[in-house]
Structures are given as C-alpha cells and as structure tokens.
Ligand binder design. Structure first.
Ligand SMILES: NC(=O)c1ccc[n+]([C@@H]2O[C@H](COP(=O)([O-])OP(=O)(O)OC[C@H]3O[C@@H](n4cnc5c(N)ncnc54)[C@H](OP(=O)(O)O)[C@@H]3O)[C@@H](O)[C@H]2O)c1
Length: 236
C-alpha cells in the first residue's frame, strides 16, 4: 500500500466485492496502482481474496457498510494510522430497491437514502483528510438522478431522489474542496449488466473503461458536474 513516501496512485473503492466496484478494483490493480477495496463482508469476498493472492500488498481489503457509522470511524482511523494517502476516491456501493406507488413506506425510502446519499456524505467526510491535494473524488450517481431527464414512471422513485441528493452533494463538496484542487464529480456508469441491473446493455469492463478514461482527463473545470461515463455533462 502506498504511503506518503511511495509513488503511484492509491485508489479507494466502496462496494468492491462484485459488480462495477469489482471492475474498478481490477482496472486499477491491472494498471499497477494500489487499491483499498471496501465491502460489507471481507471474509466472504471471494473475488477480492483471489486478487489479494495475486497482487499482495497492492490490495488492502477493508470492511465498510455504508449504513454503519462506526465502520466509517474505524476505517478512517485505520487508514490514517497506516499513513495511507489517496489519489482517487470512488464511492460506488449502492443497492437498487424500490416499491410501487401505493406501497411506499418510510422504511424503504430511508434505507435507500441512507445507503446512497448519507453513505456518500459520510464516505466523503471520512476520506477527505486522507486525500492528496489534487486528488479526485467520484460519487456514483445514475441517469435516473437527473431531474431534467425524469420523464418515465417506474419503481425507482426513492432511488432517483437519493441519487439526485448525491448530485447535490458532489456540487457542494466541489466548492468545499476547491482550495485543495480536489476534483469532485458525480458520474453515471450507464446501463451496466450487474446483479442490480440484469437488463444492462454494457459490460462492467466497458463501463469502467469509459469512466476511468473520463477520470484520467478530469480537470477542476469539470468539478461539481454530473458526468456520463464518457465524460459528457448530464443535465441536473
Ligand atoms: N448497473 C447499472 O446499470 C447502474 C446504473 C446506474 C448507476 N449504478 C450505480 O452503480 C453502483 C454499483 O452498482 P452495481 O450495478 O455494480 O450493483 P451490484 O452489482 O448490485 O453491486 C452493488 C455493490 O454495492 C454493495 N453494497 C450494497 N449496499 C451496501 C451497503 N449498505 N454498504 C456497502 N456496500 C453495499 C454490494 O455489496 P454486497 O455484495 O454486500 O451486497 C455490492 O458490492 C451503485 O451505486 C448503483 O446505484 C448502476
């Protein structure tokens, strides 16, 4: 793992045991970077454990459930103790729940908001002291979080509202972190074939390939934007 004195990028990725998160981990390890891969149940993260055997101390697997505040405190303290400095912070974890109109209840809304919106905020707060100046922070959003494009009826109301909150969070963090030249964006992965989206039209590898090229090119000019995987700006 890279510390203050080492070279190369260090990337932290949440929800990294499967889906797009695992794709991010493979991408950056393959590029020679160091990765802090977080997930809810490290002992059960078989794909990450296999990668650990291959990549050794380039990969640190840590526990983080976005709905558990204690996990944020513990992870932040542990990374600070190891002097880990981060260049790219990607909050990817999320779950796609939704109830039909008529069956809405506070619990299903609260869980969705807790994981996506509050989870993104607590992730940003935990990781900010560990970021190098000039680092990049990426909050995973969704096209359905765009208010401008909200023109379809489906059961993703709570999810869409929670992701719209993630978009606002990215904009607010971009202002807060501008004096350290830290770029903050919300990004939409596209319609990606994963457990969450069995009807996805692109692969994890394709989505991560597009998003990582977008991250490579990011400047402070894009900070505070909602971007599609290929870097085009998505209207709020
Ligand atoms: N797939 C798409 O088409 C699509 C489109 C737009 C946006 N997105 C966004 O992309 C991100 C990744 O989605 P995906 O398609 O890769 O989904 P996925 O295959 O279902 O994977 C979701 C990941 O998030 C983790 N997770 C869920 N709840 C968590 C929590 N409370 N704390 C920590 N980790 C948690 C899961 O861990 P467990 O294994 O422990 O459940 C898993 O690692 C999400 O933010 C999603 O909203 C996806």
């Amino acid at each position: 793992m890279k510390t203050k004195d080492a070279t190369g990028q260090t990337v932290i990725i949440t929800g990294s045991n499967r889906g797009i998160g695992l794709g991010w981990v493979k991408h950056y390890l393959n590029a020679g970077d160091s990765v802090v891969a977080t997930c809810r149940a490290p002992a059960e993260a078989t794909d990450l454990i296999a990668l650990k055997e291959e990549y050794g101390n380039k990969l640190l697997i840590e526990q983080l459930d976005l709905s558990n505040e204690e996990h944020f405190d513990r992870l932040g303290e542990s990374l600070a103790r190891y002097n880990v400095r981060i260049d790219i912070a990607i909050n990817n974890a999320g779950s796609g729940s939704g109830k039909p109109f008529g069956e809405w209840d506070s619990e299903s809304f609260a869980i969705t908001f807790e994981v996506h919106t509050i989870g993104s905020a607590l992730f940003a707060q935990m990781v900010t002291p560990l970021l190098n100046d000039g680092a990049k922070m990426v909050l995973t959003s969704s096209g359905v979080g765009s208010i401008t494009r909200a023109n379809r009826q489906n059961e993703m109301d709570a999810y869409a509202i929670a992701k719209a909150g993630v978009n606002m969070l990215a904009r607010r963090l971009s202002v807060r972190l501008a004096d350290r030249n830290i770029v903050v964006v919300a990004i939409t992965p596209g319609s990606v074939l994963t457990g969450m989206n069995p009807n996805g039209t692109i692969s994890v590898e394709e989505s991560v390939g597009l998003m990582s090229s977008t991250l490579d090119k990011l400047t402070m000019e894009e900070s505070g934007s909602l971007l599609h995987n290929n870097g085009t700006v998505v209207p709020w």
